[in-house]
Design a protein around this ligand. Structure first.
Ligand SMILES: [Zn+2]
Length: 159
């Protein structure tokens, strides 16, 4: 996965300003760290990572001149788009190996649940009911038809 963060870094490092309040090396290190942190979070916490391109852009935009801001945003959006597509197409067994994967629920004691989630889910069998409350669309991608549509279908049946 780090090929995506390296790709962003390689594209943006030459544009880093030397006058952004620190030496160029430190600024480039900050850029690399931000890129890697974003990719890590995209892999491990994607569901709760609202807008990865905007998050990364906000972290690093001060490292670039005003003239380069649009280009920086485009590079970030393009590469994170590739990363998201890559993750979408990755088989579930392979994506499960990308990092530590634990159930997202808390136990009654308030500690994180240590059980493994079901394949393609974020909760273990004991906490699976929490996922259904948060996400009405099952992972398979099919959403239940809204009530109006079902009523409409019933009306459309020929007599
Ligand atoms: Zn659990």
């Amino acid at each position: 996965m780090y090929r995506f963060s390296r790709s962003i870094y390689r594209s943006l490092a030459p544009l880093v300003r030397a006058d952004c309040g620190r030496c160029e090396t430190e600024a480039r290190q900050e850029l690399l760290r931000s890129c890697e942190t974003t990719i890590s979070r995209l892999v491990l916490d994607r569901r709760y990572f609202r807008n990865p391109p905007r998050s990364l852009f906000d972290q690093v935009r001060h490292l670039f001149s005003i003239d380069d801001q649009f280009r920086v945003r485009l590079v970030i959006e393009r590469n994170l788009g590739f990363a998201a597509t890559y993750l979408d197409r990755m088989p579930a067994e392979q994506s499960a190996m990308l990092g530590p994967h634990h159930c997202r629920a808390l136990t009654r004691q308030g500690t994180p649940c240590r059980r493994s989630p079901l394949p393609q889910h974020e909760y273990c069998p004991s906490h699976r009911h929490l996922e259904e409350i948060l996400d009405p669309a099952p992972v398979g991608g099919r959403r239940a038809a809204p009530a109006d549509a079902r009523i409409g279908a019933r009306v459309a049946i020929p007599a």
